[in-house]
Ligand binder design. Structure first.
Ligand SMILES: *[C@@H]1O[C@H](CO)[C@@H](O)[C@H](O)[C@H]1NC(C)=O
Ligand SMILES: *[C@@H]1O[C@H](CO)[C@@H](O)[C@H](O)[C@H]1NC(C)=O
Length: 200
C-alpha cells in the first residue's frame, strides 16, 4: 500500500515536473524578448506624451507615410535610446534641398552626405556638423548631421502636418542611400546601425 503510494507520488512528481519545465522555458523566452525591447526603447526612453491629430491640413511630406492622419495619436519623445558603437535606428529617405537645415541656415544638395537625427540624438545641436558612421548589410557611410528630426512637435501647420519623428530615426539624403548601394526603389525605410565618429 505504502509502496504504491510512493510510486504514485514520484510519478506525479515527474509528470508535474515535465509539465512545469516547458512552461518555465516559455516564460523565460517571454521575459527575454521583453527585456530586449525595453533595452532599446521602453525602459531607457519613454514617450513624454502623445499628439492626437485632428483634421490635419495639407501635408508637406514627400512621403505620405510621414503625414498625420485624422484621429490618430502619435507618441512624442524628448529622449532617444543611448548611443553605442552599434546604435539601432530606422533610416528614412529625406530631402535637404527644400528648406534650410537647423544646424546652420543652409540648403544642402541631396547628393551631399547629410542626415537629420531624432531630437534626443540631435541633443540640442551637440552633434551638429559632426560625422556619424551608418552601417547596413556590411556597408558603411560617413554622413554629416545637419538637422534635427523633430520628435516632439507634429501634426501642426508649422511642421506641415507631418507626424513627429520617432525616438530612433535617421533621415538621410539620396547621397547617403546611394553610398549604401541602395538604388531608387530601395530608398525608403531601412534598419541600420550607427555610431559617433571621433573627431581626432
Ligand atoms: C497619399 O497621397 C495621395 C496623392 O497625393 C493621396 O491621394 C492619398 O490620399 C494620400 N494618402 C494618405 C494616407 O494620406
Ligand atoms: C564604420 O563602421 C564600420 C562597421 O562597424 C567599420 O567597419 C568602419 O571602420 C567604420 N568607419 C569609420 C570611419 O569609423
Amino acid at each position: 500500500m505504502q509502496k504504491q503510494f510512493s510510486l504514485f507520488l514520484s510519478t506525479t512528481l515527474i509528470l508535474s515536473l515535465s509539465l512545469i519545465r516547458p512552461n518555465q522555458a516559455k516564460i523565460r523566452i517571454v521575459i527575454g524578448s521583453v527585456t530586449d525591447s525595453t533595452d532599446t526603447t521602453t525602459n531607457t526612453c519613454q514617450p513624454s506624451g502623445y499628439i492626437s491629430s485632428r483634421k490635419p491640413g495639407s501635408c508637406t511630406a514627400q512621403n505620405n507615410d510621414s503625414c498625420c492622419k485624422d484621429g490618430q495619436s502619435y507618441p512624442k519623445y524628448q529622449c532617444s535610446p543611448p548611443v553605442t558603437a552599434k546604435t539601432d535606428a530606422i533610416m528614412y529617405i529625406n530631402t535637404f534641398s527644400d528648406a534650410p537645415s537647423s544646424c546652420e541656415p543652409k540648403i544642402y544638395n541631396d547628393d551631399e552626405l547629410v542626415v537629420s537625427l531624432s531630437t534626443g540624438w540631435y541633443d540640442k545641436g551637440t552633434r551638429c556638423l559632426k560625422s556619424i558612421n551608418i552601417t547596413t548589410n556590411g556597408n558603411s557611410v560617413l554622413a554629416k548631421v545637419v538637422d534635427q528630426c523633430d520628435s516632439i512637435n507634429g501634426c501642426t501647420a508649422e511642421v506641415g502636418y507631418e507626424k513627429p519623428c520617432g525616438a530612433n530615426e535617421i533621415r538621410a539624403s539620396r547621397g547617403v542611400w546611394s553610398k549604401l548601394y541602395m538604388v531608387n526603389d530601395q530608398m525608403g525605410t531601412l534598419e541600420v546601425t550607427w555610431s559617433d565618429v571621433s573627431s581626432s
